[in-house]
Design a protein around this ligand. Structure first.
Ligand SMILES: [Zn+2]
Length: 411
């Protein structure tokens, strides 16, 4: 089977002491949504390793990025929650940045530019970098200057030669997704000014571990960072963390602020290190237990849905994300259980979920089917989805929310 490689060394510290602990079976690439049902879908093994030296939890497999990113269907601006968060995020970054008057904001994996727009509105110069051609075109239409490229040390040096060093370098939810982890961090260090600030946001593996976000495991999500494993990696490239906050994105993320010149550490940094030590966040036994709990969750979730099917209830899903792809495929749920999935992103309408083969439609179309139960697959946007279902579509039935922790039915 071609199209993927397996690792022999830790993606972060390059040690050979990587140990497997959780296999999710063969899964198709989560974002490659086909236009119809197909028997010929490619699937690649999906499993987790933990590095015995630095503790990083990571995918054992790397699927060739040409199969993953070239036509990325996730558009940041389509989520109202993301747009509101962008404004708040820009303020948090600027509060920690140094003097930005002669400098600019560089965002890696800037998607459609949603997160750079608040900086532009405040009068700052910006530059986005993204590998997806369709998103770069969208960003340029929104007047956000964007370069189409995969980011790494070479691209960083090219940008620096052309535009100078950046005062703020932002990498939101991208570091966990790049295959060449070390080259990417070397790029962050190369792009930022000596007095500048690097901001890295990543899905927080401690929350994933505790709240059982096994649906955040998919081929594009290669590294699962805790505060300690992320800090260790940044340190290796001369970036020192001085502040850290939590963010609600992806159901729980951390945002770390680092600089080349050491700054006084905020209390949040010491607190994160201490809690991870106390809770055994980076230990192998915690992660083995996570794998066991994920298998138990699958049994509970499937039997909850099965009860509805046996009672002749019509179930639809809401949210066709990469995460829902893992959840549906790991639990082997198909359109005999969930008939259709509503999604706000028009780029996904008319496509089918990969593997599980469920049609994705406009929410209005799905609610017109008069479902009896709505299963909220994009559960990290639960509140927004429930509100819209009630107010916009007049839906009065119950919701099934698969995660966090345990599957739940909300009346
Ligand atoms: Zn390691």
């Amino acid at each position: 089977m071609g199209g993927f490689k397996t690792i022999t060394k830790c993606r972060s510290c390059a040690s050979g002491e990587i140990r497997p602990f959780f296999s999710l079976g063969a899964q198709p690439p989560a974002n490659a949504l086909p236009l119809g049902s197909s028997k010929k879908e490619k699937a690649y093994p999906l499993s987790l390793d933990r590095c015995a030296r630095c503790g990083l939890v990571q995918l054992h497999e790397t699927v060739d990025k040409r199969f993953l990113f070239s036509h990325y269907l996730w558009v940041t601006g389509t989520s109202g929650t993301a747009r509101a968060f962008a404004e708040q995020f820009s303020r948090a970054c600027l509060a920690r940045a140094g003097d930005m008057t002669a400098s600019y904001v560089l965002e890696i994996a800037s998607n459609d530019g949603t997160f750079l727009i608040p900086f532009q509105k405040k009068g700052y110069r910006v530059l986005g970098v993204d590998p997806a051609k369709n998103l770069v075109a969208l960003a340029r239409r929104l007047k956000v200057p964007t370069t189409c490229a995969f980011f790494g040390k070479r691209e960083a040096e090219r940008i620096r030669a052309r535009r100078g060093a950046a005062g703020l370098v932002i990498a939101r939810n991208v570091l966990p997704h790049v295959a060449n982890t070390r080259d990417f961090v070397a790029g962050l260090a190369a792009a930022v000014h000596e007095e500048g600030v690097v901001v890295v946001e990543a899905h927080y593996a401690k929350i994933m571990l505790e709240e059982l976000h096994y649906d955040s495991i998919y081929h594009e999500h290669l590294c699962y960072f805790t505060f300690k494993t992320l800090e260790r990696l940044l340190n290796e490239f001369g970036l020192f963390v001085f502040d850290a906050t939590r963010s609600p994105i992806s159901g729980g993320s951390i945002v770390v602020y680092a600089s080349k010149t050491k700054r006084p550490e905020r209390v949040s940094v010491r607190r994160l290190r201490a809690t991870e030590t106390k809770d055994g966040t980076n230990s192998l036994s915690s992660w083995r237990d996570f794998a066991k709990r994920a298998r138990e969750h699958r049994r509970a979730f499937v039997s909850l849905l099965r009860r509805e099917v046996l009672a002749k209830k019509r179930i639809v899903g809401y949210g066709a994300s990469a995460r829902s792809s893992t959840l549906l495929n790991f639990c082997k749920i198909n359109r005999r259980v969930i008939e259709a999935i509503a999604d706000q992103n028009p780029l996904k309408h008319g496509r089918w979920t990969v593997g599980s083969q469920i049609p994705i439609k406009d929410p209005a179309e799905v609610f017109a089917m008069h479902p009896d139960v709505v299963c909220i697959l994009a559960w990290n946007f639960k509140d927004e989805i429930m509100r819209n279902a009630r107010r916009i579509y007049g839906y009065r039935g119950p919701f099934i929310v698969p995660l966090p922790f345990k599957p739940a039915k909300i009346l």
